[in-house]
Design a protein around this ligand. Structure first.
Ligand code: MG
Ligand code: ZN
Length: 411
């Protein structure tokens, strides 16, 4: 395992993250600890301290977000992290984790987490979610229709946790093993009705002030129907562009767009190598230069594809790769002690089960019930300040609510 030195915090000043376009149509949404709000937002039932969150819209297109959290009379105060690293194993249910753990001689980095819970994954339109609605629920706190990307059931844009982090002056990043405009990463930055509108999703990376993004998808930036070259536009906006993860490793500071494939990166079986752990380390190293903190989403995108293919080897190798990236994030969080790491999935894929195994030999025998997503709850593992809030069974939308409470400013 490569060891990265995170103590080398440079003096990069993060550009002011005052937003120019905020995607929200919420009208003076106000949540308090009164009874009405408690009924609406399940998280408040579980909080052990008084909480007040106020979200205010100033004009139709400009939203100022004022979040306050009153910890004055806390009996059991929850410590709030400076940074949040959200890691999504697409299609990663319990069996995928167990299979990878067995092959790895009964040990995973995920086990270093101190708390765990379960997320209920159904979407607004379907008992079985897709990655668009699943990602949107986690990114925005709202259930939506399958295929939707950070828009509500009427197609109206929903503010994402990444956009809120930007508004609060934090650095933000997205990392995926798929194309960076694929449904899961897209749910944190784009607002489109159809997840397949990849060229439209790519435009979101021009409109926002995301600091680091690493994934495939070159062609959606540079070979477009509208003839725009978004890679040139990113350069103009001050991004360093790299096309390999090793080139990204030598970027010292500033904004980074690392696009490593025309569409998706290869799988581990096809020799993707150390890409995801390296991308995770690079993103953390660059984002951590912002003194206000950062929000980073890292996706192990292809665990899901192994499930769709009923391909045990693919599921296990992709889950082990994801777990190596989890190890990088947890190494940082342990040293930093001010970072919350959340590891979860958008849904399970394959109805995978384990029918036999041998820990000593590191072998496992699995079965798949189908070649699609299933409706079972998925695990949530957490480490760091606020980790204890995730020990329960809740809707996937509550992952957003908990992140929002923990990420946003104390009054
Ligand atoms: Mg995905
Ligand atoms: Zn899928």
């Amino acid at each position: 395992m490569v060891h990265h030195n995170y103590s080398n915090i440079s003096d990069l000043s993060h550009p002011s993250a005052i937003p120019t376009i905020i995607h929200s149509d919420k009208k003076n949404k106000q949540m308090t600890t009164d009874k009405t709000a408690k009924q609406k937002t399940g998280i408040f039932n579980k909080m052990t301290f008084p909480v007040r969150i106020k979200i205010k819209q100033i004009t139709g297109i400009f939203l100022a977000l004022q979040l306050t959290l009153d910890l004055c009379h806390a009996e059991d105060p929850v410590r709030r992290p400076k940074n949040i690293i959200l890691m999504i194993g697409d299609g990663m249910g319990i069996a995928q984790i167990q299979a990878a753990m067995t092959v790895n001689k009964n040990k995973l980095n995920i086990e270093r987490c101190t708390h765990s819970g379960f997320s209920k994954t159904h979407s607004a339109s379907d008992y079985i979610t897709d990655s668009g609605a699943g990602g949107t629920a986690i990114a925005t706190g709202q259930k939506t229709k399958n295929q939707s990307i950070a828009v509500d059931t009427n197609g109206r844009p929903l503010t994402t946790i990444l956009e809120i982090a930007e508004m609060e002056g934090k650095a933000t990043g997205l990392v995926a093993t798929s194309s960076i405009v694929h449904a899961t990463p897209a749910s944190f930055i784009a607002h489109v009705n159809n997840r397949n509108n990849y060229e439209e999703i790519a435009l979101a990376f021009i409109k926002t002030d995301i600091d680091v993004f690493i994934g495939g998808g070159i062609r959606f930036f540079s070979s477009r129907k509208d003839k725009r070259n978004l890679i040139d536009e990113l350069k103009t906006k001050g991004y360093t562009i790299t096309y390999t993860i090793s080139a990204a490793d030598s970027v010292k500071n500033g904004k980074l767009a690392c696009l490593t494939a025309q569409e998706h990166n290869p799988s581990i079986i096809e020799d993707r190598g150390n890409y995801l752990p390296m991308a995770t380390a690079t993103a953390i190293r660059l984002l951590n230069q912002n003194p206000t903190g950062f929000f980073l989403m890292v996706e192990g995108s292809q665990i899901d594809w192994g499930g769709h293919e009923k391909n045990q080897k693919k599921v296990i190798t992709e889950t082990l790769d994801f777990d190596r990236a989890v190890g990088i994030a947890l190494d940082f969080a342990e040293a930093d002690s001010n970072t919350l790491v959340i590891i979860t999935a958008d849904h399970e894929t394959g109805g995978m089960s384990i029918v036999d195994g041998n820990i000593k030999k590191g072998t496992v025998q699995t079965r798949f019930a189908l070649n699609d997503h299933t409706g079972v709850m998925v695990p949530v593992f957490t480490y760091g300040p606020g980790a204890e809030l995730f020990s329960a069974i809740y809707e996937n939308t509550e992952i957003f609510e908990k992140m929002l409470l923990l990420q946003s400013k104390i009054k």
